[in-house]
Design a protein. Sequence first.
Length: 148
Amino acid sequence: MSSVRVIGIGNWLLGDEGVGVHVARYLQEQVTLPPEVEVVDGGTGGFALLELMQSADRVVLVDATLDGQPLGTMQRILPRYARDFPPSLGAHDIGLKDLLDAFYLLGRVPEIVLYAISIGSIQDMQTELSPELQGLLPSIGNRIALEW
């Protein structure tokens, strides 16, 4: 049985920028997960996630992007290098890109899927998603659940 690790990335203190963390919480609380699937709040990403990623057969990353697309637009990307990311991720752009580059240099690489969710802006100190994005959580969660 292959293991799947879903990692929601974002700063939940900055409103919609934390959509990845909100998606992870939604999946943990609202979706019955099979035993081979683990959902993790990855916070703002960075090298602390390296071990979590290396110990899975498939990694699904969920993160916000400031790409000018309509709020809630989802891109499914199979990144191999930092250049494969959308042009502008949220408040932790460099850390996640660097993490992926380091990850590929270390050898054992599971399949990686990135769901980049478009946001309009990074809000000031707000722990809730915008009402529009909050309303999209079930459809976002259901689409990500197709990964296992």
